[in-house]
Design a protein around this ligand. Structure first.
Ligand SMILES: CC(C)(COP(=O)(O)OP(=O)(O)OC[C@H]1O[C@@H](n2cnc3c(N)ncnc32)[C@H](O)[C@@H]1OP(=O)(O)O)[C@@H](O)C(=O)NCCC(=O)NCCS
Length: 181
C-alpha cells in the first residue's frame, strides 16, 4: 500500500531555533552515531541495536526518509556538523493525520534542554505545515528525563499502555503523551 508513496517531505526552510538545527543524517555522521547510540541510556530506552556498529550507522543513514518516517539529526545551529542527538517522526500517516515522535540526546549534550527544543521544533512543524493533527510519544514509567522533556514541550500525559513497545524482542509498559493541533 505504501509503494509509490513519496517519503515524508523535509521541512522547508530547514528547522532551526538559532542554537539548534534539524537536518537529514549524512555520511559524515557515522562516528557520532556510533558514539551517541552506543551510550547505555540511549540503548536502553530506544530501539537501536546493541552493540551499535559503524555498519548499523551506515544502514540507518542510507535508509533515510520513507513514506512513514522522518529521522533527523539534531545539530548545533552554529556548526551543522556537530551532532547533539536525534529526533524523528515514525508511523506517519498523512491520511490519518497522525504520527509518533521519538528523540535522544548524545551524552555530551545532555542537560541543556536539547531534547525539549528539538521536540518543540519538529512538533510545531508536523502539526503545522506538514498537516498532522495528533502526535504521540511513548516513555517508560521510569524514564523521568524523557517524561519531563515531553511535558515541558506541551505534551499531555495519557494512559499507561501495557506492553506498548517492543525493544529487541522484549515488551515494555509505556506512558502515552499526546500533542494535538
Ligand atoms: C531523556 C533525554 C532525551 C533528555 O535529553 P536532554 O537533552 O538532556 O533533555 P533536557 O536537557 O531537557 O533534560 C531533561 C531531563 O534529563 C535529565 N538530565 C539532565 N542532565 C542529564 C545528564 N547529564 N545526563 C542524563 N540525564 C540528564 C534530567 O532529569 C532533566 O530534567 P530536569 O531538567 O527537570 O532535571 C536524554 O536523557 C536521553 O537521550 N535519554 C536516552 C534516550 C531516551 O530516553 N529517549 C526518549 C525515549 S522515550
Amino acid at each position: 500500500m505504501l509503494i509509490g508513496n513519496p517519503p515524508v517531505e523535509l521541512p522547508e526552510p530547514p528547522l532551526t531555533s538559532g542554537s539548534l538545527a534539524l537536518r537529514e543524517w549524512a555520511e559524515g555522521d557515522v562516528r557520532t552515531l556510533v558514539e551517541g547510540c552506543g551510550d547505555p541510556l540511549t540503548a536502553r530506552y530506544t530501539s537501536v541495536p546493541i552493540p551499535y556498529t559503524p555498519e548499523d550507522a551506515r544502514r540507518f543513514i542510507s535508509f533515510g526518509r520513507s513514506p512513514t518516517a522522518l529521522p533527523l539529526a539534531v545539530v548545533s545551529g552554529d556548526d551543522l556538523a556537530q551532532v547533539l542527538g536525534g529526533v524523528g517522526l515514525h508511523a506517519v500517516s498523512l491520511t490519518r493525520r497522525r504520527a509518533e515522535i521519538g528523540y535522544w540526546t548524545a551524552p555530551w549534550a545532555r542537560g541543556g534542554g536539547v531534547a525539549q527544543e528539538a521536540l518543540e521544533l519538529l512538533s510545531t512543524w508536523a502539526l503545522g505545515p506538514l498537516g498532522l493533527q495528533r502526535l504521540d510519544l511513548y516513555a517508560e514509567p521510569e524514564n523521568d528525563g524523557s517524561q519531563r522533556v515531553a511535558e515541558r514541550a506541551g505534551y499531555k500525559r495519557g494512559a499507561l499502555v501495557r506492553s506498548g513497545i517492543a525493544l529487541r524482542g522484549r515488551r515494555y509498559d509505556v506512558i502515552r503523551f499526546t500533542l494535538l493541533r
